[in-house]
Design a protein around this ligand. Structure first.
Ligand code: HH2
Length: 289
């Protein structure tokens, strides 16, 4: 059975309630928000091809919800953290989403649209998606910020780089990127309350840099914005313990528990049930200390 949301508690600060569904979730004190991953793609790094067929995708959405997902993050173009993604034309991306998105939205959980393309984000929001997940943090498609502002929805601003550079201080790089994104958001008229930051585990980072981002998540508390971590099945786990993506659940849970310990309010995961259970048990132990 999925852990009760109340059992997934953490110690970071709480956002003000407002008219957006994400803020309502975040307004629940000490609550970790679980974002379930639904990849309607043939080539996602860990589950490509499994949910391309609309029926399996909707079944997957139901299962993620039953396991305790608070938000469904739906993507139809692999963002392949490891740089070998095949670009998907806009019409193809929309065609993959069209039979799945309305059915997922009808399940009643807020849906975030994981896309690089402003027209796809706008279309998904018009269908009823509630959040934009931009893995280029408003710095990829120049029209993305306006789409988010016009629809008055929350946006997940994720740090990204074209290539990893082991020589840089990744914490400073992420901080500078977040500042640039905040500036773009402010100029577009996106309210600060609608922004979530995500250091982008695995994106343009060496395994050591991904680990550093989780270890030093506190570096970004100064922004006063909720932090999301998505370490699920990622390659840095393989650098610690060699394993295929399907065998990285233990590493994913460890990374997510420590991310929450370090102040993450949202966790993006493929294995929502085990993540909810791990968070509930960790919270129960913490309460007993
Ligand atoms: N990771 C992936 C995709 N989107 N979005 C955010 N905000 N944070 C992440 O860490 C993140 C993300 C990569 O995981 P997955 O969706 O499973 O793979 P793919 O991009 O190959 O579909």
């Amino acid at each position: 059975m999925a852990a009760s949301p109340k059992e997934r508690t953490i110690t970071s600060s709480v956002s003000e309630p407002s008219d957006n569904p994400l803020a309502r979730l975040l307004a629940q004190p000490r609550r970790v928000i679980l974002v379930g991953v639904l990849n309607v793609t043939p080539d996602s790094f860990s589950d490509g091809g499994r949910f391309l067929d609309p029926q399996s995708a909707v079944a997957r959405a139901r299962r993620l919800m039953a396991e305790g997902a608070d938000i469904l993050d739906i993507g139809a173009e692999s963002t392949r953290p490891y740089g070998d993604a095949v670009a998907v034309p806009l019409e193809e991306e929309r065609a993959r989403l069209a039979p799945v998105l309305p059915a997922a939205i009808a399940l009643g959980v807020p849906v975030s649209i994981d896309t690089l393309k402003a027209p796809i984000a706008a279309w998904a929001l018009d269908q009823g998606a509630a959040i934009v997940n931009d893995v280029w943090g408003l710095q990829g498609d120049p029209a993305m910020a306006a789409v988010v502002a016009e629809h008055r929805v929350p946006v997940i601003i994720m740090h990204n780089r074209k290539t990893a550079d082991p020589a840089i201080d990744i914490i400073s790089d992420v901080t500078a990127f977040f500042r640039r994104s905040l500036d773009i958001a402010a100029r577009a008229g996106i309210a600060r309350e609608r922004i979530v930051f995500d250091p982008g585990i695995g994106f343009g980072k060496t395994p050591e840099q991904s680990i550093a981002c989780i270890a030093r998540l506190g570096a970004w508390h100064e922004f006063g914005l909720p932090l999301l971590v998505g370490a699920s099945r990622k390659r840095f786990i393989n650098a610690v313990v060699p394993s295929d993506p399907s065998e990285r659940i233990g590493g994913s849970l460890a990374a997510h528990l420590l991310a929450v310990e370090n102040g993450a309010r949202l966790i993006r995961a493929h294995d929502v049930g085990p993540t909810a259970q791990a968070l509930a048990v960790a919270a129960a132990i913490r309460r007993a200390q």
